[in-house]
Write a protein that binds this ligand. Structure first.
Ligand code: CA
Length: 244
């Protein structure tokens, strides 16, 4: 998962797209500034409801979430449990106060990947983000999948119901991106940027993406199997069980 490695001067691509869920404007502003200085795109939400709305909206994906636990309305743990219940596996770093050790433990139980005790240095946060970028989620370091589909990141192999499926390098990257953002609708814009490394959208590229999606679908969704690659008309694609 190279998306979370800090970008260098020679590489103008963002280091990663982060959602910062923090109600204290001062803290949120400082975080955003620090992260943007390191090449990340940081989007701030001040409430748990706002964060959930954004995370479940079609076409909006994040590489990691920084989640404050004490939020007005739905608190951070509630948001975290809800996300994991919905099958959204985006890495989460919980931000918590020193005197709430229990929160910290509960946060990890509820599906957080890491935590930071406030106040913390931005450098420490960057180190944690890089670590998450290197290892992916603890539970799926090497293997991602859905239904009988499995992707092995190390060997770049794809199997469905135990049968090896031959995919090209680009098809693997595409499927891996969808699998990392399981059950989240991913737009063509996002795929162009994250998989094809193109910043400008074009009709030609849209067609290329569509062709790759159809090829993958023919290879992965065989007759009699649960269909996993869904097209959301006018929005993009999502890897999830067919709900029809
Ligand atoms: Ca707070």
């Amino acid at each position: 998962m190279t998306a979370l490695l800090a970008s260098t001067a020679a590489d103008p691509r963002p280091a990663g797209r982060l959602l910062v869920v923090e109600d204290e404007q001062k803290v949120a502003g400082a975080l955003r500034k620090g992260l943007e200085g390191e090449g990340y795109i940081a989007v701030v939400e001040g409430t748990g409801e706002g964060a959930l709305a954004r995370l479940t909206a079609p076409g909006d994906t994040f590489d990691a979430i920084l989640l404050d636990l004490t939020l007005p309305g739905r608190d951070g743990l509630d948001v975290l449990s809800d996300l994991r219940r919905r099958g959204i596996a985006t890495p989460v770093i919980v931000l918590t106060a020193r005197d709430t050790l229990d929160d910290r433990i509960v946060g990890l139980d509820a599906g957080a990947d890491d935590y930071l005790i406030k106040p913390f240095a931005v450098a420490e946060l960057l180190a944690r983000l890089r670590a998450i970028g290197r290892r992916g989620r603890v539970t799926d370091v090497d293997r991602l999948g859905l239904d009988t589909l499995e992707l092995d990141r190390a060997s770049r192999q794809v199997t469905r119901a135990g049968r090896l499926i031959e995919v090209t390098a680009k098809e693997f990257d595409l499927l891996h991106y969808l699998a990392r953002h399981l059950r989240q609708v991913v737009s063509r814009d996002t795929l162009a940027r994250e998989v094809w490394r193109e910043t400008a959208r074009s009709t030609t590229l849209d067609n290329v993406i569509d062709v790759h999606i159809s090829r993958l679908r023919r290879k992965i969704d065989l007759p009699g199997q649960v269909r996993l690659i869904q097209t959301i008309r006018g929005v993009g694609f999502v890897l999830r069980e067919d709900t029809e």
